[in-house]
Write a protein that binds this ligand. Structure first.
Ligand code: ATP
Length: 318
């Protein structure tokens, strides 16, 4: 039996560069792990079954669970190991809000792949785990790298950005509100396709990616410059999610106002939302901002979390 702690991520930067021939979008993202984690416990079974246990009502426990899909992928890729070791039970203790733009499902799939690599002695390197994870979802490879990283392609090409800034984030999400990631990208395409510049050939694309690698945001992250990081937060998906969900737009306004005078560096939606976050240098500032938001929005459906940035996406529990 072994337990992996799987951290959530936020997007500090998300730019949709254009459509890809494979139907996905070409993206440039800056991702950051935060210390809000699910606990994934893997227990070997004597039978060849896969069993998922999770008491969160929004998380499926059938074959549609991403952790289940991770087991199936490993079984398909390494049939001999499966015959040798049998099945596995995966218990998910859910802390990361579901359908939140925080890579909840992706982090669980990554934790399962890492756990099986240990449990079944697969001997996979981190890069091989990333490649396996990319078959299940574009955000999964980042979870193996963790910390602060640039993700390009459809999100699966991940490169670390030096050190993780010492920042803390306030995360806010209406519990009953979820945004489907495919819906967000599809809607963005319908509304903004005409504004894309052509992706062009590989050399042009690499040049555009290089421009982002040397952008003010990435430089601020390398220089560990919190005010500039806060000023250059960017997420293209806000353009479709906020108009479709006025409650989320209102939440962002409330958080932006709460941040003023309390040390907030910037406020933005993460990924395809609907989680909105505010960056702070100090945990006390984040706590104060969270308290102000709670006073201004009495809706009990609103979940608030305060979490520091962390340098890793996955960690084996001692
Ligand atoms: P991402 O940021 O990776 O795009 P997300 O944070 O927006 O994802 P998830 O929490 O992964 O969203 O949930 C998306 C959907 O996936 C949910 O509707 C849920 O039913 C389903 N799902 C499948 N497996 C899991 C899992 N292990 N944890 C959470 N949701 C899961």
């Amino acid at each position: 039996m072994l337990t992996i702690l799987a951290n959530a991520k936020i997007n500090l930067y998300l730019e949709i560069v254009g459509d890809r021939p494979d139907g996905f979008h070409e993206l440039v993202m800056v991702m950051q792990s935060v210390a809000l984690c699910d606990r994934i416990t893997l227990t070997p079974l004597n039978t060849p079954n896969t069993r998922i246990e999770c008491d969160h009502p929004q998380v499926p426990t059938d074959a549609s669970n991403l952790a289940y899909k991770a087991v199936t992928l490993v079984q398909k890729t390494f049939p001999n190991r499966t015959n040798q070791f049998g099945g596995v039970e995966i218990h998910i203790e859910k802390k990361i809000p579901v359908g939140a733009g925080l890579a909840g499902g992706s982090s669980n799939a990554a934790a399962t792949l890492l756990g099986l690599n240990m449990l079944w002695n697969l001997g996979l390197t981190r890069l091989e785990l990333q490649e396996l994870g990319a078959q299940l979802g574009s955000d999964i490879p980042f979870c193996f790298v963790g910390g602060c990283a640039i993700a390009t392609g459809r999100g699966e090409e991940v490169a670390s950005i030096s050190h993780t800034p010492k920042l803390t984030v306030v995360l806010a999400k209406y519990s009953s509100l979820s945004v489907s990631t495919p819906w967000a990208y599809k809607t963005y395409r319908q509304r903004f396709e005409q504004t894309y510049q052509p992706i062009g050939d590989r050399a042009t694309l690499e040049e555009r990616q290089a421009r982002i690698r040397s952008s003010t945001m990435v430089k601020a992250l390398r220089d560990l410059n919190p005010p500039t990081i806060g000023n250059y937060l960017h997420n293209d998906l806000e353009k479709v999610v906020l108009p479709a969900h006025p409650k989320v737009a209102q939440l962002k306004e409330t958080m932006t106002a709460a941040a003023v005078g309390q040390g907030g560096l910037g406020t933005m939606m993460s990924g395809s939302g609907p989680t909105v976050f505010t960056l702070c240098e100090l945990p006390e500032q984040a706590e104060a901002i969270a308290q102000t938001i709670r006073q201004q929005i009495s809706d009990l459906d609103l979940q608030l979390f305060v979490a520091p940035f962390t340098a890793y996406g996955l960690r084996k529990e001692d």
